[in-house]
Design a protein around this ligand. Structure first.
Ligand code: FES
Length: 173
């Protein structure tokens, strides 16, 4: 199915394109805008961005596959990035990751059994002084213990609407 932005986001896209010297330079912000609406970057999104910027789809796909912040498959309403780079690693990131895998009933790269969380592994998120840390829906949570992780995740789970969960689960089916 063809992807289109909502009229409001279409205006935002126009605004974005006006801020860059070339259409090509707006590729990353436009992909962010599309992902914000669609939840992930599907082939249809890539085609839309390529058409909007007069670029080959292969070039847009190259950007999407290079940057880990673009989701190449559907994700849950909550996205958890666990940092596994050196400082977090030596301060217990593996314990945090394993705790989350057990809590979610899934491995890194997958979505929790209740469909509310997607668990991903991040490279250094530049909060090394507060290791170990994770990012949940764009917010940093630092100096983690497994108890602290439980509080953060349980609060997000309680806020996740049932409708969104259904959508995320069906997105994987
Ligand atoms: S190593 Fe984890 S934030 Fe830098």
């Amino acid at each position: 199915m063809t992807f289109t932005l909502t009229p409001e986001r279409e205006k935002q896209a126009d605004d974005l394109l006006g801020r860059y010297p070339t259409k090509r330079a707006a590729c990353i912000p436009l992909l962010h805008l599309c992902q914000e609406q669609n939840g992930w970057v599907s082939d249809e999104v890539i085609e839309y961005v390529a058409n909007r910027l007069s670029l080959p789809t292969s070039q847009v796909k190259g950007v999407v596959t290079f940057y880990t912040m673009f989701h190449q498959k559907p994700v849950a309403p909550n996205v958890v990035w666990v940092c596994r780079t050196l400082m977090c690693e030596v301060r217990g990131a593996k314990v945090i990751q394993e705790h989350l895998e057990k809590k979610f009933g899934c491995h890194v790269g997958e979505t929790s059994q209740d469909g509310k969380f997607t668990l991903l592994k991040a490279e250094c998120l530049a909060a090394c002084g507060q290791a170990p840390m994770l990012q949940l829906n764009g917010e940093f949570h630092e100096n983690l213990t497994t108890d602290a992780v439980d509080k953060v995740i349980d609060a997000a789970a309680a806020e996740t609407p049932a409708q969104a969960v259904t959508k995320a689960v069906s997105g994987h089916g």
